[in-house]
Design a protein around this ligand. Structure first.
Ligand code: FES
Length: 238
């Protein structure tokens, strides 16, 4: 504003100089203009902010939204709600993980077949028994003394899959093997073949009394599963 007044005064003085107006007339006109400028400044009220006389800045009153109870009560309630939600989430997560693990774990019938217990007293000497373990046949042979001697009187180096009889048994009188031919998976027949052990009729593989391959296309001896003897009369396979 003052800058505008200064410019107007300068223009008026120049006009006086050009038109030969009396200088005192110009000065009085400038003084009157300046007085009007002060008066206009003092009566100005900004619509956007506060003036010197009145405070037009209105701060909203949120009092009706504030809680009527004490801050401690509010904190306790907040903690209770947060704790309850956390507890509920933890229980839900535990149930979800538990359901997933139960669903993925082995079923009861599979667990029942994981280990098989056999009473050895029911198997006479010189006899075979076939049991089912994890869906596969298992041969249990109660060998005689002569069979044990025959199994040991072999030149191991002459075998296709060299293995000593003592490395295939825990007790010499008990021979335990998977009844699956190592050629293509047929089930060999007991007490048959050229070597008095097992014979696979599918393609003609002959196994001896220790379950070692002696003739035919099978490349390996019959597999020995993991087993143990908890006592003298009990065999546990698996
Ligand atoms: S599967 Fe036994 S010889 Fe082929």
């Amino acid at each position: 504003m003052s800058q505008q007044l200064t410019s107007a005064s300068t223009a008026l003085l120049r006009a006086c100089a050009r038109q030969q107006l009396p200088t005192n007339v110009a000065r009085s006109a400038i003084a009157a203009g300046q007085q009007r400028g002060v008066a206009a400044k003092s009566s100005f009220e900004s619509p956007f902010g506060r003036s010197e006389e009145t405070d037009t800045l209105k701060i909203p009153n949120f009092k009706k939204y504030t809680s009527k109870v004490s801050p401690t009560t509010n904190k306790v309630f907040s903690y209770f709600v947060a704790g309850t939600m956390g507890l509920g989430s933890a229980v839900g997560a535990k149930a979800t993980v538990q359901d997933f693990l139960v669903n993925m774990s082995a079923s009861a019938d599979v667990l029942a077949q994981a280990k098989v217990e056999v009473a050895l007293g029911a198997i006479p000497e010189g006899k075979n028994v076939i049991i089912k373990w994890r869906g596969k046949p298992v041969f249990i042979r109660h060998r005689t003394g002569s069979e044990i001697e025959e199994a040991n009187n072999i030149d191991i180096q002459s075998l296709r899959d060299p293995q000593a009889d003592e490395d295939r048994v825990q007790k010499p009188e008990w021979l335990i093997m998977l009844g699956v031919c190592t050629h293509l998976g047929c089930v060999p027949i007991g007490e048959a073949g050229d070597f008095g052990g097992w014979f696979c009729p599918c393609h003609g593989s002959h196994y001896d009394i220790s379950g070692r391959i002696r003739k035919g296309p099978a490349p390996l001896n019959l597999e020995v599963p993991s087993y143990s003897f908890p006592d003298d009369d009990t065999l546990v396979i698996g």
